[in-house]
Design a protein around this ligand. Structure first.
Ligand SMILES: Cc1cc2nc3c(=O)[nH]c(=O)nc-3n(C[C@H](O)[C@H](O)[C@H](O)COP(=O)(O)OP(=O)(O)OC[C@H]3O[C@@H](n4cnc5c(N)ncnc54)[C@H](O)[C@@H]3O)c2cc1C
Length: 273
């Protein structure tokens, strides 16, 4: 790993967790691709999210059965005694505007992975006026100004962070990205000033989380020389394969925060992070 963290990452190391909590109201939804629902939230509490690194982690909290609004944690991540069970999951800040003409806005891209997922089901049916809770954010990708080049690898759950990161990489920065999606209809237009070479890997009928095509694409790649900033996210077992390849055969420096399981296939063993 290169030594220098960005100022935002250094500040974030010692701050309270979660940094802030609040409520966010759906203002619009957009079917970005057949399998991704973009949801834009607004609300005054979103003004408290800081503007720091791209693709940060935000914990979203859904109301308990029968409730209109979720209860927020009050003591760190703890809830008041008697708070009913609420569904929560981590998502990515695809975009955040603290003080635009329409007030504070948060954009999250939800993968519609099927009826078996609470969040996926909710996202497919979300309507303006729906209210979620949030807690965070936490920095995940952090810029390393000394990196000679950047490697970004992810499935569709990592794509929101990859897309947000690409928008902030410096002009001309050599960048290689590998993104796995279901099929060609899931490809997205990504905007960047970096010197980007991107390889889209399609599963074409193979189940999400059980394809090894992303790892195979990374294994087959010819990587630049120099020290890279590496960032990998996706299904836990798939991420483990890629992490081990990059650390082992490629000898790349990869810390624990740089290759993260974002979700777990039901057949992935519990001890795979
Ligand atoms: C830091 C972080 C950031 C994330 N950012 C995003 C993001 O921006 N957008 C996004 O869509 N997801 C993101 N995820 C992944 C998301 O949190 C998980 O996919 C989550 O499990 C979805 O919750 P759920 O309630 O729909 O399904 P769960 O109740 O968690 O799972 C139900 C079933 O669905 C399966 N499943 C879960 N996710 C998927 C999937 N993607 N494809 C296929 N099957 C799946 C599980 O294996 C399980 O069998 C992120 C995860 C992390 C840790």
């Amino acid at each position: 790993m290169t030594a220098s963290l960005s100022p935002a990452a250094r500040r974030a190391k010692d701050r309270p967790s979660p940094l802030t909590t609040g409520h966010a109201t759906v203002v619009r939804t957009e079917r970005l691709t057949p399998g991704v629902q973009r949801i834009v939230f607004s609300g005054p509490d979103l003004a408290r999210l800081p503007d720091e690194e791209p693709g940060e982690i935000i914990t979203l909290i859904w109301p308990a059965d029968g409730a209109d609004r979720p209860t927020l944690p009050t003591d760190g991540w703890r809830y008041a005694p008697g708070t009913p069970d609420q569904h929560w999951r981590n998502y990515t800040v695809r975009d955040h505007v603290a003080d635009g003409p329409d007030g504070p806005l948060l954009t999250v891209d939800f993968v519609l992975h099927g009826d078996h997922g609470f969040c996926a089901r909710w996202a497919a049916a979300a309507r303006p006026g729906d209210v979620l809770g949030f807690a965070g954010p936490r920095i995940h990708f952090y810029a390393e100004p000394d990196a000679d080049w950047t490697l970004l690898v992810g499935d569709e759950t990592g794509l929101p962070s990859i897309a947000a990161t690409l928008e902030r990489l410096p002009s001309g920065h050599p960048t290689l990205a590998f993104v796995e999606v279901a099929d060609a209809a899931e490809l997205q237009e990504l905007s960047t000033e970096a010197d980007l070479v991107i390889e889209w890997v399609t599963r074409d009928g193979e189940p999400a989380g059980r394809s090894r095509r992303l790892e195979q694409a990374v294994r087959a790649a010819s990587l630049p020389t120099g020290t890279p900033k590496v960032w990998v996210a996706g299904e836990s077992l798939a991420v483990r394969g890629i992490r081990e390849h990059l650390k082992g055969e490629r000898g790349l420096p990869i810390g624990p925060q740089q290759a993260i399981g974002y979700w777990k296939h039901r057949d992935t063993p519990d001890d795979v992070e």
